[in-house]
Design a protein around this ligand. Structure first.
Ligand code: ADP
Ligand code: MG
Length: 724
């Protein structure tokens, strides 16, 4: 038995739960960003000159001098203390998908024993957490532990509140003593820089004279599951691995399509509203929420922001989704595939680049064929996806996302670009060396006078593409729900930077040969499309025809598992990409490969250990218990000369034996050591370990359907998914 609440008791308690209502009366205007030390607050708190300096840093990335940092630190502390903060913390983003914090008090004492508060520019700028316990690949030995966090003034500091106090939280980068990035923020900032420089080159060749710094934007749609904590706490797999390692399918799943966009259960809506209130105070622009496809699955999407800020906000959002859920009696699952047989969760990363002078460079306007800047930037993306598909696959690779990719619910493990009808036609024309018109979407006509006609979008949506153009941005749909958005953003910005540099070179040559601007752009893009147009695909990404065509005719790669995907980080082309753009040095890249590979192996090993433990200590005993009952019944019946059909007993015995045999094989596989390389170890996990885990599960799931319901120790799918 599960040792805690019985399933029956859990169900009883849950049906009597009241929504945790938190009375909130303040308007959006009052709470919006009230806990953020943003530019508006700084303008109010700082001298004119200090404010001007900070604003410049935020907008252009120019360095801030020490004296101004001191002034900002003093104002920040004063503001934080007035909001009840006694501690401050540099928050940073190590190579796991989590956030990390080290808290320090403002307090110091004077010789008389009085407590005073202190916070100088140097404390704001630099923190020093012991870095040796964070994953660092081969960058540092554990005896060389020094790591630094450093303030990122381009992402605003904020107050994190608990019922008992407040902490001033300062977004930071994290690096080794030798200056290598140990985090996800440094490469993101560098990739943005590289993209900016390359973009400036292209725009100035296109005759633009006033060009503001370019920045990338990100709007991330976060999917998640909510399970009542009474259920989740009785499932060791949900607690430790974030997904169910066992579980027979519920008779009803998502086949009626009745959950997607359905009415949100009240308890869930109360949770969402509580969460959004917190997000607004932190200046996170939560914009949409709705039920997702699977029962128990939901989505929240904030409005898009500058990529660096959006990435920090995304981390906070994931933390708050979980902590707020706890208060409402839920466990929030961010795992990509918590339940077999129904949809998993993704995190669509919507991404665009632009600036304040040229606007969004991925916005085609109504006549894309006339918008040369757009065509160049869009072409740069196509080239990037074609050249660096395996890199894009590697940055979304994880043990958990492997369960989702390639299944018929999520983008395939083949990287292609969807452009939509209108754009695909424009780029087809370019391949033929011409630019003719673009077809508009046309007006809708429903034959109803009371419904106003409106302009249709020029392209449809394609939900089967991993990388889709959606009107004024690209949507990277293959990102997993538990992942940091930084890795994908770094890859996208960097491949764009590289392609824009390539375009700038070609454009310069064409222009200096005397071609006019339009002819030069067509010539460059024609070459680009001839070399890289194979990545453009508008059809059904789930179909087996595509899987075959992509690999055989188009030369694209189908990379099903993380074990196959991560080695791309060691390819020369990827090393060169990151080194030439200044985003990651070869050492930094290598350390990432090692860290991610290790995380992959560890996650599968933890799951495998849990499979063995749960099979032996809860599922097998339940089966034995049931068989004993059947045997007793058989004996009593026999004493009355009645013969019982023993087919159930036979099935249960056979499944139990088969399960324990698979457990033994899995245990043996887990003992294997002495791998020749990390790659070989990953392949062992991807193939041998994982398939044996599936084998154990298949027998256990048979048992779940056979064993008397009252004896089954683990909350069942139907309970976890449908009881709220
Ligand atoms: P859908 O589910 O139809 O894809 P959503 O409204 O759920 O759309 O999410 C779209 C996301 O894209 C939002 O986060 C939105 O702010 C973001 N977005 C919109 N325009 C841009 C843009 N130019 N750059 C980046 N993200 C954008
Ligand atoms: Mg979307």
């Amino acid at each position: 038995m599960s040792g805690n609440l019985s399933r029956e008791e859990a169900v009883h308690q849950i049906t009597n739960r009241e929504a945790t209502v938190v009375t909130k009366t303040d308007s959006l205007g009052k709470i919006w960003a009230s806990d953020v030390f943003n530019l508006a607050r700084m303008e109010w708190a700082l001298s004119k000159n200090a404010f001007k300096a900070v604003k410049k840093t935020v907008e252009t990335g120019e360095p801030l001098d020490a004296a101004t940092a001191d002034v900002v630190a003093a104002a920040m502390k004063e503001w934080a203390v007035s909001k009840g903060a006694k501690f401050y913390s540099h928050i940073f983003y190590p190579l796991t998908n989590a956030s990390a914090e080290k808290h320090d008090g403002f307090i110091v004492t004077d010789p008389q024993g009085n407590a005073i508060t202190e916070f100088s520019g140097s404390l704001l700028i630099k923190g020093e957490p012991d870095g040796s316990s964070f994953p660092n690949g081969s960058i540092r030995m554990t005896n060389a532990a020094r790591g630094y966090t450093a303030w990122d003034p381009t992402s605003p500091a904020y107050i994190m509140e608990t019922p008992n106090g407040a902490t001033l939280t300062i977004p930071s980068v994290f690096m080794s003593w030798t200056g290598e990035s140990l985090d996800k923020k440094i490469p993101l900032l560098r990739s943005n820089d590289a993209m900016n420089k390359a973009g400036q080159k292209v725009l100035s060749l296109m005759g633009e004279t006033e060009i503001a710094p370019l920045n990338s934007s990100c709007g991330a749609e976060q999917e998640y599951f909510l399970v009542d904590s009474n259920f989740a706490n009785s499932r060791p797999d949900l607690l430790l691995a974030g997904r169910t390692l066992f579980g027979a399918a519920s008779a009803k799943g998502q086949e009626f399509d009745d959950h997607y966009f359905g009415a949100i259960p009240e308890r869930v809506q109360v949770y969402m509203q509580d969460l959004e209130d917190k997000l607004y105070r932190l200046g996170i622009p939560a914009k949409t929420h709705h039920n997702e496809v699977a029962p128990g699955q939901f989505e929240i999407a904030p409005y898009f922001e500058a990529a660096n800020v959006a990435a920090d906000h995304q981390q906070m959002l994931m933390t708050l989704l979980k902590t707020t859920a706890k208060k409402h009696g839920f466990v929030c699952l961010l795992h990509e595939k918590p339940f077999a047989g129904i949809n998993g969760s993704g995190k669509h990363v919507n991404w665009s680049v632009g600036n304040s002078t040229q606007g969004n460079l991925l916005d085609p306007g109504s006549t894309p064929h006339d918008n040369l800047n757009f065509l160049l930037f869009c072409g740069a993306v196509i080239r990037g996806v074609h050249l660096h598909g395996p890199l894009l696959r590697a940055v979304i690779a994880s043990a958990s996302n492997d369960h989702r990719l390639g299944a018929n619910e999520a983008p395939p493990a083949i990287l292609s670009v969807y452009l939509g009808d209108q754009l695909e036609k424009v780029f087809e024309d370019i391949k033929d060396g011409k630019l003719s018109g673009s077809e508009a979407g046309g007006l809708t006509d429903m034959g109803l006078t009371q419904i106003l006609d409106f302009e249709r979008d020029p392209g449809d949506r394609n939900r089967t593409s991993p990388f889709a153009f959606t009107g004024n941005r690209f949507e990277f749909r293959a990102v997993g729900s538990s992942q940091s958005v930084s890795g994908p953003l770094v890859a996208m910005n960097t491949m764009l930077a590289d392609s824009l540099n390539w375009i700038a070179d070609k454009l310069e040559t064409e222009l200096s040969s005397g071609k006019d601007q339009t002819a030069a752009v067509i010539a460059v893009l024609q070459t680009l499309m001839n070399e890289h147009g194979n990545a453009v695909f508008g059809g059904d990404g789930y179909s087996s025809e595509w899987h075959e065509m992509a690999v055989k005719e188009r030369g694209l790669k189908n990379i099903p598992t993380t074990a196959d995907a991560l080695p791309a980080l060691q390819e020369d082309s990827v090393k060169k990409l990151f080194e030439s753009t200044g985003v990651l040095s070869p050492i930094e890249l290598e350390s990432r490969y090692e860290v991610y590979a290790e995380q992959y192996i560890l996650s599968i090993e933890v799951e495998a250990k849990l499979v063995i433990e749960m099979a032996k200590s809860s599922i097998y005993p339940a089966a034995l218990h049931y068989m004993t009952g059947l045997a007793d019944a058989n004996a009593s019946m026999a004493s009355m000369d009645i013969e019982l059909d023993n087919s159930v007993a036979k099935t249960v015995a056979a499944a139990s034996n088969a399960m324990m045999a698979a457990v033994a094989k899995l245990s043996t596989a887990m003992e294997k050591e002495g791998f020749a390389s990390t790659e070989e170890h990953m392949q062992h996990c991807a193939n041998d370990v994982r398939s044996l885990m599936d084998e154990v599960r298949s027998h256990a799931d048979v048992l779940e359907a056979e064993v008397a319901d009252e004896l089954w120790p683990l909350p069942k799918y139907r309970e976890m998914l449908f009881i709220k």
